[in-house]
Design a protein around this ligand. Structure first.
Ligand code: SF4
Ligand code: F3S
Ligand code: FES
Length: 253
């Protein structure tokens, strides 16, 4: 009969090491600060922690006034987009081990939207553009079979990529055109228009194409690609904008 071998307990040396990381956060309190200021925090972290975990540690253990948005903590709600080391990312999807921890980690609010406090911006201008493109299904005709609007796999595939948007604003707030011209609809609004323009069940594509065929619409895009690089959902944002431009030229999706 085989003898069971007792499993070796993990040696202390196998324990995952923690280390001290310096975060430099751009702070702003409208009640006391005239200008934003940078503040350092040293935090004990593991490589598997995310920047959101670091922000929580600071808020819970060092400075309760640190202000930032977050909800799901799992890359779904889109509420914690911020600039981390100069790049727009979701704090909840950015692992500490993927950053260079030999240097401080710089964290600041996304650009181009009014700063409210610390890492929180006013999202209303962003959502105003989103609402303007009518981001909802408008099917006026009666379904062919009287029951449902059947869609082929190929027709569904035309807008599959743009259904993934979580409205985090990482794209729009990384766009240099949006920084200099706050009136530009911005890539997120165009992505959400694309989602319905190319939906074969929708009857208002022409209306949305007319809305975006505007001096503040798709023609403001300079194909900089910052938006595609910033999107945490991997949406091909610049390509979606190009497809909307082509649809305007053709006069149909
Ligand atoms: Fe965020 Fe991507 Fe949607 Fe832009 S397209 S709002 S980056 S999810
Ligand atoms: Fe801006 Fe993206 Fe166009 S970054 S310029 S919307 S390609
Ligand atoms: Fe929801 Fe990061 S907290 S996406």
């Amino acid at each position: 009969m085989a003898t069971a071998t007792a499993e070796k307990p993990p040696a202390a040396a196998d324990a995952v090491p923690s280390f001290t990381v310096t975060l430099i956060i751009r702070r702003f309190d409208p009640e006391v600060d005239e200008e934003p200021r940078w503040q350092d925090f040293d935090v004990e972290l593991y490589g598997t922690d995310r920047v959101l975990d670091a922000l929580h540690k600071i808020k819970w253990e060092q400075d309760g006034s640190l202000t930032f948005r977050r909800s799901c903590a799992h890359g779904i709600c889109g509420s914690d987009a911020m600039r981390i080391n100069g790049r727009n990312r979701l704090a909840c999807k950015t692992l500490i081990k993927d950053l260079d921890i030999t240097k401080p980690i710089y964290v600041e609010a996304i650009k181009g939207l009014p700063l409210e406090k610390d890492l929180v911006v006013d999202m209303e201008p962003f959502f105003e553009s989103f609402r303007e493109v009518q981001p909802f299904l408008q099917a006026n005709s009666t379904p062919g079979n009287g029951k449902e609007r059947v869609q082929s796999v190929a027709d569904r595939a035309r807008f599959d990529d743009t259904t993934k948007c979580i409205l985090c604003a990482a794209c729009t707030s990384s766009c240099p055109v949006f920084w200099t011209d706050g009136q530009y609809f911005g890539p997120a609004a165009i992505v959400n228009a694309h989602r319905f323009i190319f939906d074969s069940r929708d009857d208002q594509a022409k209306v949305r194409l007319d809305i975006l065929n505007d001096k503040e619409g798709v023609w403001r895009c300079r194909t900089t690609f910052n938006c595609s690089e910033a999107c945490p959902r991997g949406i091909q944002v610049t390509q979606a904008i190009a497809e909307v431009k082509s649809a305007i030229m053709r006069g149909k999706p």
